[in-house]
Each structure stands twice: as structure tokens, then as C-alpha cells.
Design a protein around this ligand. Structure first.
Ligand SMILES: Nc1ncnc2c1ncn2[C@@H]1O[C@H](COP(=O)(O)OP(=O)(O)OP(=O)(O)O)[C@@H](O)[C@H]1O
Ligand SMILES: [Mg+2]
Length: 1106
């Protein structure tokens, strides 16, 4: 409500379009009334007029930001935030690049306005670590640029001495990504120092920067000169006031402004400006932007060099040739500069006091006069500073620039220094005012001229509004053939004597009849006397007023000369930053190409800037300065009226009132708002214009609010547009909700379907699984039941079958007995009483006959050892069969015996005797079965050695063999030859072949052998015999079985007594020292076959046999 009141308040309408009556006085009164109410912002449609209050107002608080965020432009009080919000929303929502053009006189509040716009955009765009960093860097570029580019002037304590155009780049969400600062007096093109025509050309330097880099058209003349009451750039005062003692010592500076020539040797403390605090703020800002400490130090060192150059004093001297020369008066400052930049002082001195001139390929060093020396020094200081400023802008851009590849929208903010009318206006004012003229041209073109032309073009009923078109002034300055800048260039490049007089003469000739150009000469020609227009001056009737320019310095400034020796000296310095500022000083890179003049570069830069601005949607902030004394809340009507006039605000209001606030091609209009009508949404098949008509007819706007052009729709008041926009927002919200609902529904449906499908699948699987389990269990149960049932049935059947079988058997038996009984009873009378016995005897006989006949035919083999015999065919024949088997065997043996020879019989008798003695008693017997009893094993007859023994045996030898005799004392064995004759047993020494012991057979009491398979024989002798005195003999014979058998036979033959033979493991022997119990133990096979005798005390002996 408050806003509406403000807009409609008759005495102080917020929008001048509603002014009533429409007159200059009413407009001025309204502005004054609003100003007195501290309402410094007023609209003309969407153009904001800002009147500088010169005092802080509480209208930039965060609450205000919130109030204007997404506001309805005309629904709130006029405010700079409203235009910033409008531009930002248009950029974000309509995807249109924006530019905010801030114009006005020096001190009107342009820079402050630009900062407010930036801070508003920063406040309303979204937050986040990265975005906040970008915003902070963008905002912090201001204190740094202001320190180096602003200065106190008579009109403004913080006057921008450079033009700034900053493109802030946003992403599609409206978040700032970064930016690009263009330092211009509208000039994005390089402005290198120039070099003049040959032959002097070689003395000057070449363009220092590649064409893409920015260079300043900073008011660099301020470095070396400024009027009393003004100051040099802030940085010098800030450095001296805020730099620590250590820093100043490092920079070789004194904290005293009055010491430095370029600071006019006057104390220049500004009330309300804390240079020291500002210096600290600037240092902090640099750190935030991303300057390294090394870069900051280098920057301050170069700044110090500029300041110190102003203190380099020159004095004149004369050379031997009588020519004037210059020399350094006080070398200290020069030395300090040389130390700071790392350069030999003599090189710098030579560069300052002389210059090299090339004459026909020869370099000649000529001395400079004092004035030339000072000119060179100042040119150097200006160049260093302006290039340093460019470096600074480039460095900031490096930090804030957006990475390539991102899609961006751009909001440009142009803060250009304002129109200037001084007492004495020079080349700088000419350039500045030309730029402002061009900006005014944009304003006129876009708001007044083009708008009116468009109405006519579109066939809208329109009564033309008169306005001042400044193209004539722009043409006067920039015409490429006969413009003032073209003339100036021509003069600069022209061979021969060049000075400002020839230049002004030329201007006077060309523009003699120009309406907007005046000079003493042209006025004289028209017989007009004007003492305010001196000689060497010309006057231009700018849109903002008449300005008289003094041409002195035009040519020099347009040429912008710098001696080549100086740039070479700078390049030779070891200071990296300074050296990089003068690349053209590299002697290896000479270039003879003539660089463009300052004026022509400026013109080109202005053209580029204009093109840039035309490509964007313009938003205007027109700043008005209310008084000349910077007094808070003081409104000087005359001063404001002058600005109102030259800013063309009245015309602006008139066109605005008569015209339409909004226009757009039918196609984008319909596309944007078609959702507001059911007939046009979602598809309109007819023409765009028809669609627009249908749409707006349905919305029922008053007919005077709308006009239909050939290609565009025109809407008269912003309110209608806002209404339209509001409805659209509501409808978009509805549609968005609908889409969301549809989408959510679709998503839920999809999810439900998926879940249902999954659930069905899972339950199918589960049911299958459960059924399978149930089935398996049932199957198991059924099988069990079946098994039980079958078992039970089978068992029952079995029982029945068994009973049946028993019954059957019983029945069969009974019937058999019964039948037998019946048969016997029936047939009994037909048989005799002994028939049975006779029959059975007959059958028996037949069976026996058959058996015996079978035996006859199948008798077993005759081999004695074959004991086979056929079995009995009937049981009753088994005894007979057994008997027959024995008879047959004995008969077989008899037959065998009968066919034996006497020798064979003797052998077999021996074997039989052995069998009787040993079979089943001694294990050795089984081995002896296969060995034939040879008897003679020594070969007595063949071996002559045994002749004596042969004689002993004569013809009575029974057996001869080699034996081992066991020593009864120690158990060791000795070899002996044993001879058994029919009468004696002889033991002989095998070596001597002499009998050692001859025993009569009657002396032998008995013999003992073990059960094992050894050959040990204990021969027990009678005590009465001669040999028996020595005790029993223990012999080991390899043919023990044969020996004992033959001994037994021989003894039988000789004495008719059997040999008493004991076969046992233990037996007693009689040895000379008494009876000894011998135990024979069978052990594992040892190394020898001979038994090992071990005496166990005097009456026991253990013999280990194998
Ligand atoms: N909105 C404002 N509120 C309070 N004071 C303001 C406002 N705008 C400007 N000022 C005051 O006016 C002074 C000059 O403003 P500013 O530096 O913005 O002028 P300018 O138009 O940029 O001038 P120049 O062209 O010389 O750079 C500021 O230092 C400030 O004191
Ligand atoms: Mg400014």
C-alpha cells in the first residue's frame, strides 16, 4: 500500500510517467520533494533516476534486499535494488544478457550505484562455498581498483579516473561464475605509447601489449600533474599512510607526502577518508582475490618507483660542443630507484638524460635538454603507472575469470566517468565527453528514437515526440574522414612541423559552418564576439552543454610518446614485474609498425563497447548530482534542471507516457504466456498473432492497454505486464504441481507395478517351494503308509500261504498215508509174505554189482602217493568203500615193494627207520625226507689223506662225515671227522686225519636231540667205558637224521638193543665236572649255522640253534 501511495502521491510520484501536469517545473519539483523525503530514487518507466544524497541512508540493509528480492518492480518503492532485481530475474528467467548503464556527472554517484547493484546481485544469488568465493572476489576487486584508479577531484573525493565495464557471468541457475573487468575510458583495446614519424621514430617504443590485453585510458596525466585542491591517485597516499615502517624502508619511501614532487609537495589529508585503513582494506582485498605476497610486493615496488621518479631532479649543463645537456642533480633518488628495480644507475641516468637517434642506419646518442629530460621522466612515470594499472586489471581478471566451456549469461555493469566541464578542458575531457556522448546516443536510440520508429514500423497509431538527437555531435567527433579525431590523427602523422595551431586552423576550416562547433575564428566569421572563447580553443555544443576545449597538448597526448631508451632501460631491469611491463624494450623485438594513436584507439574501443551494449538488454540508472559542494541533502534546482535537460528526461517521460511499456514478437510472447488460456495451451495451431489475440481476449485486459502491431504485441502499462507475469507464475506453479503430481503418480504406479510383479513372483516361488515341501512330506508319509500296509498285507498273505502249505502238506501226507494204506490193503492179498525181502535183496545186489563194476572200470592211478578213491554212491556202501580203498592202497604198496631192488629196499628201510625215530618229533626230519642217505660224505677211498682212517674203518664203515664237536669247557666248536662202523664210532682230527677218539658202540648209553631243525646231537656215554670218563659228547652234524638213524640201526645189529633216543629241548649231560642241564633255544638265524653254546654257571648250558 505504501508503495502504491508513493507512486500515486501527486506531490512526489514515484514514476514520473504519472506526472501531472507534465512540465519541467513539475518534474523538478517532484524530484526535489522526493529528495527532501530522502527518496532519492525515482522511475521513468523502467529507468531509475538516482539523486546523490551525499549522506548514508538506511535503505541498503539486508531487510531491504529481502524486500526487493523477486519483487514486482512497480509494486514497491522505487529503488536501485528493484532495477537490479529486474535485470537479474530477466537474466535468470528469460535467459537474456543484461547490461546496466550508469551515467551521470562526476560525483553523481555512479560508482556507488554500481557497487550497490553488485552487492544486491551477490546477496540474492544462491550461497555456497564456491559461489561465495566468486562473489567475494568480484566485490573485492573494487577496493583494489579504486585505490589505483580513483583520486580526489574538486567534484568528487573518490572520483573514478578510469572507466570500468565489468561483465559478471552467471550459470543457468543464476549463480555467479566469475567475471571480466574491462578497464576503459570505454576502451577494451590497447593504448600503447606511440612513436612519432621517422627519423625520430626509432627513439620511441612499440606497442607493449598484444591486441587482446586491456590497457587503460586511465587519466595518467594525473600522475605528474594535478590541480591544487585535488590529489594524485589514492594508492600513493594510502601507501605512505598505511605502509608499515618496515615496508616503507624496503620500498625506500618516507611516510611524508610533502616530500614527493608528484604529490605536489602538499599535505593532502582528506576529511572522512582514512588512507591507512583503506590501505589495509586494499591489502586484504588483494589477498582475497588471490594475489601472492610476492605479487603484492612487486606491485608496491613499482608504485614506489613511480613516486620516486617525481623526485628525480635534472639540471642543465653544456657539452663541449656548446649544446645544452641535462644531468641528474641529486643521484640518491636515482640510485634508490635503480636498487628497487635492479638496474645499473648509470643506465637509468643515461636513459633519462639522453636518447638514441637513428640516422641512416647509424645510432647517435644525443643529449636531452632539461625540459626534454623532464618530459621523458614524466612520460616514463605515466607509462609505468598506466601499464601497472593494466597489469592489475589483468591479474584480477585472471582470478575471477570463468573457466572456458561453461554456458554463461552475462550482466554487464558500466561505470564510466561522467561528463566533465571544467574551466580548462583538455584532451582527457574531450575523450571523456565523447564517450558520454556515445552513451547518451545509446540511450536516445534505444529509448526515444528507436521506440518511436518501431511504433511507426509496426503500424501503431502514434504522435511523434520531439527529442534532441546527438548523432550530429558524435559524427562531428568520430567521422572517419572529417571528424575531429580523424583530423587530429592526420596532424599527428603528417610530416613537417606539427603543432596544435595547424590542428585548430584545420578544424576551423572544416567545421566553419557546423552548428555544434565554435571557435574564435568561426565566431569572428559570423561577426559574433565571445570573450569566453580564447584563441587555441574550440567549443562543442554537447548534449549536456557547451564545453570549451584548449587544444594545447592534444597532439602530444594523442601520440603518447615514450623514448625508446627509457623502455629499453626498463626492460633491462631485473625487476620481473617492471620488466614484463615493457616488452617492447627488448632490443631483439624491434617493430617498425606504427601503432594507432590514442584517439583512434579510443574511437575503436567506444565502437566495441557500443556493440557489446547493443547486444544486451539495457537497464538505465541516471545519476544526478544535487549540488556542487558535496553537501548532504542539499538540492540546487538549477544544477539539477541542467542535468534533467541534458539527460533528456522530459523527452523520456513523454515517449514513455505516449508509448507502450512492453513489446514482444508474437511468437515468443505466445510461447511464454500460452498456458494462460485453455485454447492456446498446450498447442495453438493457428498463427502466432491470432493465438496472442485469443489469449489476451480471454484474459480480459482493457483494450487501451493493448495494441497489435504487424509483428509484435504492445502492452501499454507495466502493471498489465506484471499482472500477466503474475498470472503466468501462478499458472506455471499450477502446471509444475500438475507435472509433479503426474510424475509422482507415474512413478508410484511404476513402483507399485514393479513391486506387485515382484510380490507375485516371490509368492509364486514361495508357494511352489511350500507345496513342493508339502508334497515331499506327503509322499514320504504315503510311502511309509504304503510300506506298512503292503508289509501288513504281505505278512497276512504269507501267514495264509504258510497255513495253506501246512494244510496242503498235511493233506498230502494224510492222503499219501491214506492212499498207501488203501493201496497196501488193496494189494496186500496179491503179494507173498517174503516178497519184500526178496525184492529188497535183489535191489541191493543189483546196486552192489553196479558199484563194483563201476570201480573196476574206474580204478585210481597206481602211484603210491596217490590216495584218491571214488566216493561211495550209496550210504550203505560207505564202509565197504572205505575198506576197499585201504585194500587197494595196500595192494598198490605191495606191488610197489615187489618191484624194488635190494639197494632201494635198504634205502627205504633206512628212511623208514628214520621216520619211526623222528617223524612228527623233530622239525629237521621234514628236510631230510628229500635227501637220500649216502652214508659216505668224506670220500675216504678217493682221498689219500684218509688212508689211515680207511684202515680203521676197513670194510665195516657205515657212515663218514665231517662234524663239529662242542668244547664242553667253553662251548666253542672244533671240526672233527666222524666215522661210524659196525663196531665203533670214531672221531678224527680232520687235519691230521688221525682218530682222536674211538668209541665202542656198546659204550653209548643213549642220545639226545632237540625238537628243532638243528643238527645238535648229545651222545651220552656209559661211565664205565674208557671214553666215558671224559663225559658225554656234544656234536653238530649236517646229516643228523641219517647219523642217528644209522647209529640206531648199527646198534640194533650189534647189540640187538635200540638206541635210547630223547627228543626234547632240555636234557641232562654228564660232563667230567658233573652233570650239566642243557637247554636248547631256537633263535633267529645268525651269522653261522653252528649252534652257539653259552655256559650259564657250571651246571647249565644254553645252546642257541637256528
Ligand atoms: N547512494 C548514495 N548514498 C550515499 N552517498 C552517496 C550515494 N551515492 C554517492 N554518494 C556519495 O557521493 C560520492 C561520489 O559518488 P561516486 O564516487 O559514486 O560518484 P561518481 O559518479 O562515480 O563520480 P566520478 O565520475 O567522479 O567517478 C560518494 O563518495 C558518496 O560519498
Ligand atoms: Mg566513479
Amino acid at each position: 500500500m505504501e508503495a502504491t501511495t508513493s507512486l500515486l502521491d501527486a506531490a512526489a510520484v514515484g514514476d514520473l510517467v504519472m506526472l501531472d501536469p507534465l512540465s519541467e517545473e513539475a518534474l523538478l519539483r517532484t524530484l526535489q520533494e522526493r529528495f527532501s523525503r530522502e527518496e532519492i530514487y525515482t522511475y521513468i518507466g523502467e529507468v531509475v533516476i538516482s539523486v546523490n544524497p551525499y549522506k548514508p541512508l538506511p535503505i541498503y540493509t539486508p531487510e531491504k534486499v529481502e524486500e526487493y528480492h523477486n519483487c514486482n518492480f512497480f509494486a514497491v518503492k522505487p529503488h536501485i535494488y528493484a532495477i537490479a532485481d529486474d535485470a537479474y530475474c530477466s537474466l535468470r528467467d528469460r535467459d537474456r544478457d543484461q547490461c546496466i548503464l550508469i551515467t551521470g556527472e562526476s560525483g553523481a554517484g555512479k560508482t556507488e550505484a554500481s557497487k550497490l547493484v553488485m552487492s544486491y546481485v551477490a546477496a540474492v544469488s544462491s550461497k555456497g562455498e564456491e559461489v561465495d568465493k566468486v562473489k567475494e572476489q568480484l566485490l573485492q576487486s573494487n577496493p583494489v581498483l579504486e585505490a589505483f584508479g580513483n583520486a580526489k577531484t574538486i567534484r568528487n573525493d573518490n572520483s573514478s579516473r578510469f572507466g570500468k565495464y565489468m561483465d559478471v557471468e552467471f550459470d543457468f541457475k543464476g549463480d555467479p561464475l566469475g567475471g571480466v573487468i574491462t578497464n576503459c575510458q570505454c576502451c577494451p583495446l590497447p593504448s600503447p605509447p606511440r612513436w612519432s614519424q621517422p627519423p625520430l621514430s626509432c627513439s620511441y617504443t612499440h606497442p607493449p601489449f598484444p591486441p587482446q590485453t586491456l590497457t587503460d585510458l586511465l587519466e595518467k596525466s594525473r600522475i605528474v600533474r594535478h590541480v591544487k585542491g585535488e590529489r594524485n591517485f589514492h594508492i600513493f597516499y594510502q601507501l605512505l599512510a598505511g605502509g608499515s615502517a618496515q615496508l616503507l624502508q624496503k620500498l625506500k619511501l618516507r611516510p611524508d607526502c610533502s616530500y614527493y614532487g608528484y604529490l605536489n609537495r602538499e599535505k593532502s589529508v582528506l576529511p572522512g577518508m582514512d588512507d591507512a585503513a583503506n590501505f589495509r582494506a586494499m591489502q586484504d582485498a588483494m589477498a582475497i582475490i588471490g594475489f601472492t605476497p610476492t605479487e603484492v610486493t612487486a606491485l608496491l615496488e613499482v608504485t614506489a618507483v613511480v613516486l620516486k621518479l617525481g623526485n628525480v631532479e635534472l639540471s642543465s649543463c653544456f657539452q663541449a660542443s656548446g649544446m645544452e645537456a641535462s644531468s641528474i642533480t641529486e643521484p640518491r633518488e636515482l640510485q634508490e630507484i635503480s636498487q628497487l628495480i635492479g638496474l645499473d644507475p648509470s643506465t637509468l641516468e643515461q636513459a633519462l638524460c639522453s636518447r638514441t637517434v637513428k640516422v641512416r642506419d647509424e645510432s647517435v646518442l644525443t643529449a636531452l635538454s632539461v625540459s626534454q629530460g623532464y618530459y621523458g621522466r614524466d612520460a616514463l612515470a605515466k607509462n609505468i603507472y598506466s601499464r601497472l594499472f593494466d597489469w592489475l586489471v589483468n591479474r584480477i581478471n585472471t582470478s575471477i575469470k570463468v573457466k572456458p566451456g561453461k554456458q554463461r549469461k552475462v550482466m554487464g555493469v558500466l561505470d564510466i566517468y561522467g561528463f566533465e566541464i571544467f574551466q580548462d578542458n583538455g584532451f582527457e575531457q574531450f575523450i571523456i565527453n565523447y564517450c558520454n556522448e556515445k552513451l547518451q546516443q545509446i540511450f536516445i536510440l534505444m529509448t526515444l528514437k528507436e521506440e518511436q520508429e518501431e511504433y511507426v514500423r509496426e503500424g501503431i497509431k502514434w504522435t511523434p515526440v520531439e527529442f534532441f538527437d546527438n548523432s550530429i555531435i558524435c559524427d562531428l567527433i568520430e567521422n572517419s574522414k572529417v571528424g575531429i579525431l580523424a583530423m587530429l590523427d592526420e596532424e599527428c602523422l603528417r610530416p613537417g612541423t606539427v603543432n596544435e595551431d595547424t590542428f585548430i586552423t584545420k578544424l576551423n576550416q572544416i567545421f566553419a559552418s557546423h552548428k555544434r562547433y565554435e571557435s574564435k575564428e568561426t565566431l569572428n566569421a559570423k561577426h559574433v564576439t565571445d570573450i569566453s572563447l580564447p584563441l587555441r580553443c574550440f567549443r562543442i555544443h554537447h548534449y549536456a552543454g557547451k564545453v570549451t576545449y584548449n587544444v594545447t597538448g592534444f597532439i602530444e597526448k594523442n601520440n603518447d610518446l615514450l623514448f625508446r631508451d627509457l623502455s629499453q632501460a626498463m626492460w633491462a631491469a631485473r625487476h620481473t614485474l617492471l620488466r614484463s611491463l615493457f616488452p617492447e624494450g627488448d632490443p631483439q623485438r624491434p617493430s617498425l609498425k606504427l601503432p594507432p594513436t590514442t584517439g583512434s584507439q579510443f574511437k575503436a574501443s567506444v565502437a566495441t563497447l557500443m556493440k557489446n551494449l547493443y547486444s544486451k538488454n539495457p537497464n538505465y540508472i541516471r545519476c544526478i548530482k544535487p549540488n556542487d559542494t558535496k553537501t548532504a541533502m542539499l538540492f540546487t534546482p538549477d544544477l539539477v534542471l541542467a542535468q534533467v535537460r541534458y539527460l533528456g528526461l522530459m523527452e523520456n517521460v513523454r515517449v514513455r507516457r505516449a508509448g507502450y511499456a512492453f513489446r514482444q514478437l508474437y511468437q515468443p510472447f505466445l510461447k511464454r504466456y500460452k498456458m494462460l488460456s485453455r485454447r492456446t495451451w498446450p498447442h495453438w495451431t493457428g498463427s502466432d498473432r491470432e493465438g496472442t489475440e485469443v489469449l489476451l481476449a480471454e484474459l480480459k485486459f482493457p483494450s487501451e492497454e493493448l495494441a497489435y502491431g504487424h509483428t509484435k504485441i504492445f502492452i501499454r502499462s507495466p502493471r498489465t505486464l506484471f499482472d500477466l507475469e503474475k498470472r503466468r507464475q501462478q499458472r506455471v506453479a499450477e502446471l509444475a504441481t500438475l507435472i509433479q503430481a503426474m510424475f509422482r503418480g507415474w512413478r508410484c504406479r511404476k513402483q507399485y507395478q514393479l513391486m506387485r510383479k515382484s510380490q507375485i513372483l516371490i509368492s509364486a516361488w514361495f508357494r511352489g517351494h511350500a507345496q513342493r515341501n508339502r508334497y515331499k512330506q506327503m509322499k514320504r508319509s504315503v510311502l511309509l503308509l504304503q510300506a506298512y500296509a503292503r508289509g501288513w498285507k504281505s505278512r497276512r498273505l504269507l501267514r495264509e500261504l504258510k497255513v495253506q502249505r501246512r494244510r496242503h502238506l498235511a493233506a498230502s501226507t494224510i492222503s499219501a498215508y491214506w492212499k498207501g494204506y488203501q493201496t497196501r490193503r488193496t494189494y496186500r492179498r496179491y503179494f507173498r509174505s517174503d516178497a519184500r525181502t526178496r525184492l529188497s535183496n535183489f535191489i541191493y545186489r543189483r546196486m552192489v554189482q553196479k558199484y563194483l563194476m563201476g570201480l573196476q572200470k574206474n580204478l585210481p592211478p597206481m602211484a603210491v602217493l596217490d590216495r584218491t578213491w571214488p566216493p561211495a554212491p550209496y550210504k550203505f556202501l560207505s564202509d565197504a568203500n572205505q575198506e576197499l580203498k585201504g585194500i587197494f592202497y595196500r595192494w598198490k604198496c605191495k606191488k610197489y615193494r615187489e618191484q624194488l631192488s635190494p639197494q632201494q629196499r635198504a634205502v627205504l628201510q633206512d628212511k623208514l627207520c628214520a621216520s619211526e625215530l623222528f617223524k612228527d618229533k623233530k622239525a629237521l626230519y621234514a628236510q631230510s625226507l628229500q635227501q637220500p642217505f649216502r652214508g659216505e660224505y668224506l670220500g675216504l677211498t678217493q682221498n689219500r689223506k684218509y688212508q689211515k682212517l680207511q684202515a680203521v674203518a676197513k670194510d665195516k664203515l657205515v657212515m663218514a662225515e665231517a662234524v663239529q664237536k662242542v668244547n664242553r669247557a667253553n662251548g666253542k666248536t672244533v671240526p672233527r671227522l666222524l666215522l661210524l662202523t659196525t663196531e665203533h664210532l670214531v672221531l678224527a682230527d680232520p687235519k691230521a686225519a688221525q682218530p682222536k677218539m674211538v668209541l665202542s658202540l656198546s659204550d653209548i648209553r643213549g642220545a639226545s636231540v632237540s625238537r628243532f631243525s638243528d643238527g645238535l646231537l648229545a651222545l651220552h656215554l656209559k661211565e664205565t667205558s674208557t671214553a666215558g670218563g671224559k663225559g658225554d659228547l656234544l656234536l653238530v652234524s649236517p646229516h643228523l637224521i641219517e647219523l642217528v638213524t644209522r647209529l640206531h640201526q648199527t646198534l640194533m645189529d650189534a647189540t640187538a638193543q635200540a638206541l635210547p633216543l630223547s627228543i626234547a629241548d632240555q636234557f641232562s649231560t654228564r660232563f667230567p665236572k658233573g652233570d650239566v642241564a642243557v637247554t636248547v633255544v631256537e633263535s633267529a638265524k645268525g651269522s653261522s649255522d653252528v649252534p652257539v653254546c653259552k655256559k650259564r654257571g657250571s651246571h647249565k648250558m644254553e645252546i642257541l640253534v637256528h
